[in-house]
Design a protein around this ligand. Sequence first.
Ligand code: B12
Length: 272
Amino acid sequence: MNSPTKMLSLNEAAEHLGLHYMTVYKYVRSGKLVGHKNGGSWEVSLADLDSLSQIEPAPAGRGHRSLGKKSGLFLQALLTGDQPGSWSIVQGAFDVGASVEDVICEVVVPALRAVGDQWAHGRLEVYEEHRASSIVLSILGRMQGLPQRRGRKRGSVLIACPPLETHGLPAAMCAELVRSRGFSPINLGADTPVDTIVKAALSTNELVAIVLSTVSSTSEKTLIEVVKAVHGSLPTTPVMIGGVWPDLPDNVVSINGFPSMLNQLELLGESQ
Ligand code: B12
């Protein structure tokens, strides 16, 4: 005999998914989740909840198989502007042993890419993308309060977006990744003038490297200008640039992906 379908109230469903009540309510109102009226209240079936949380399957990843599922939930929370729910998904990932790197690379970045794709296909309003970005920024801020790696500090990493690059989020992600490995990040953020990057580098003690933060639309010409200016004043300081750019000078370390950035920094940290 089939066991009867277990029904949950929206509060119970929100707790089950680690989301805010309003997020689950919006799922029901928008038809994303089938709701059933029981008296005056909505209920949803546990089976439907479990299939909802399997949307957005895991990217090929290392270890934490549940993180792809969390990325899907995180995306839904971002899209509904559910800040507490977004943090509770991230917190849940830390609770099952995920690292800052796992969370950023396997939960946050795939969700942001999906936000970008949905915006590009006209399925998201600009305000929804801005709201999602500001939630991610607040989450990265909360990560600063996590217990820090013990042991001696491993030097500083200067992070900046080149002039005109307004996508500051990857730079903020770099800062938390670098911090999680025991380096001290100095993040100058979006659209940083070239001479400011050079001045900041000259005044930083124990500078291990400069990371120029990019997205796919960053101007390569501007990146080259920054590299020239930095190497004019600090010829031996390693400059790392995120992404694959065909025309960069040979003395630049090209880093394809955050794990590659961390590996390169580990090598530089050891050689100092
Ligand atoms: C959030 C966001 C915004 C926010 C920025 C908030 C902030 N403070 O950063 C807002 C809403 C403001 C915004 C604005 C714009 N955005 Co926007 N944005 C995004 C979004 C959704 C996420 C960016 C992000 O943080 N990604 C996380 C990074 C880590 O992932 P990634 O970019 O996919 O990966 C690259 C990097 O990882 C890099 N990389 C590789 N290795 C390494 C290593 C390191 C260390 C680093 C740092 C990087 C790196 O290479 C990867 C591939 O290129 C992306 C979508 C996306 N796919 O990313 C669009 C996206 C970058 N934006 C885009 C566009 C077009 C814009 C606007 C021009 C839109 C407009 N017409 O107004 C404006 C820019 C205005 C301006 N004057 O500059 C496009 C760029 C398309 C292109 N190639 O030309 C994207 C890809 C969206 C899309 N699918 O079309 N955006």
